[in-house]
Write a protein that binds this ligand. Sequence first.
Ligand SMILES: Cc1cc2nc3c(=O)[nH]c(=O)nc-3n(C[C@H](O)[C@H](O)[C@H](O)COP(=O)(O)OP(=O)(O)OC[C@H]3O[C@@H](n4cnc5c(N)ncnc54)[C@H](O)[C@@H]3O)c2cc1C
Length: 487
Amino acid sequence: MGDPEKQPGPELERQTQKLRDHAVVRPQGGMPMRSSDLRSGEEAVVIGGSMAGLLAARVLADRFDRVTVIDRDRFPDGAKFRKGVPQSRHLHALLASGLQILEQLFPGLEAEWVAAGAVPIEWPRDMLVLTRRGWSDRFPTGIKILSASREFLEWGVRRRVAAFGNVRFLEGRDVTGLLADADRRRVEGLRIRARSSGGGPPAKATVTSFLGYASCYYAIPADFDADWRVLFLQADPAANARGGVLFPIEGNRWMVTLAGRGRDYPPTDEEGFLAFAGSLRSPLLHEAIRGAERLTPIHAYRQTDNQRRFYERLPRLPQRFLVIGDGVCAFNPLYGQGMTVAAQSALVLDRLLRERSNGALGDLPARFQREVARVSAAAWLMATGEDLRYPTTEGGERTLQLRLTHRYLDRVIGAAIRDKTVGLAFGKVAQLVAPPTTLFRPGILLRALLHGGARGTGAPPTTTGVSNRDRQRERHPPLADRRLPSG
Ligand SMILES: Cc1cc2nc3c(=O)[nH]c(=O)nc-3n(C[C@H](O)[C@H](O)[C@H](O)COP(=O)(O)OP(=O)(O)OC[C@H]3O[C@@H](n4cnc5c(N)ncnc54)[C@H](O)[C@@H]3O)c2cc1C
């Protein structure tokens, strides 16, 4: 492609170099504004068409004439792997808050997904969870999550976003920098080959537990019958830093992810993988998969640091430039927060755009980064706080306050696995539906102090009397009858 500095990607450069002034958005009449209400000549550009970028595009599509999503990948037609999202080979739990927001942004999406094979899960009724305080009781809470592969989820969202007439995708374009105006205060366009910038990089915090994943898919054995759908064997900081998760996903498959902290990485060969599964705190996962047919190679993933970039603290934030998703805050994936925080951040963008119905977007970047920092803060505290229980974790501080919080949360978990009130409160926090402060309310505090000392049962609560086999069958018709929505 010649000298990239001199020949910066002709089409992209032409289309994006002069981002037209979008400070003139003037919604007409009531909200929400549809694309038909928009004035011409207003364009938003999204770099990266993964979850965060797609959700941002969805919100922007209500406000701008045109939304252009640029990605270095070419998007596959269907729920398939692509290089730009290597983590999609591993478990991707969509938390309850994330699911609610996606349904809000794309009405009917949940039903569409379930019809195509995604598995609805009620937390913790459908799950066998071994916490560090023992097995959790299983009771109905109405907290719904959806289990599907990451490729399936992203494809579903991409199709919905692509259905907006004013959204277009520029694929196979690698954005490498921003074009700033003369005083470097405003982003004027993008560069696809050479570096440029609108200011210095933000400060960054990293907390790493040196966690490694190894994941693969299995066919759910035809004779598998259990009254649970999800198996979640958590690590115990005091005893065994290994964990494992088995989730049913579309296509009558299990997604199995094994995880080890402190550089105790799970192997990717069959024998080693099974041996690692056998070393978890319960033999149940190993028993489930040892006779099952493995459908994919075992893939490893090790970039699991918690990383937060403090854009909100930059003294000079470039105008007309927002950062969302993992670019702001990436979490240890074990807690399943990334997609949900991206969805919550997209809602922040939606609200701020609505509030600026007069078209004055000058303060948008500063407000957005401040509010996204606030939205990410609770998940960040939970993920890093939990990681800091492990002596091998680096970064962050083990303050007295953190140690006291650990002790209190131990009691909350001890109570949550038995007491439905505490269980529901804890579930809402873990699913990012409620803020962690709700766990310090008097009613919860009292129950945690009174009941939190107990340990769960030694045996897994597998007998609720409801067979799962019929539900599985109903959920997963034979492969030939199953059709994913067409693209
Ligand atoms: C192993 C693992 C497991 C995870 N499990 C969960 C989970 O269970 N639940 C959950 O909610 N989250 C999970 N996450 C987090 C989740 O994947 C992310 O939070 C989510 O994908 C949102 O990230 P993003 O869209 O900001 O960035 P990414 O998903 O990383 O996507 C970045 C996109 O930008 C494109 N791109 C990158 N650079 C350029 C460039 N220069 N020019 C053009 N395009 C570019 C890439 O091709 C890609 O499409 C997990 C993450 C990992 C690593």
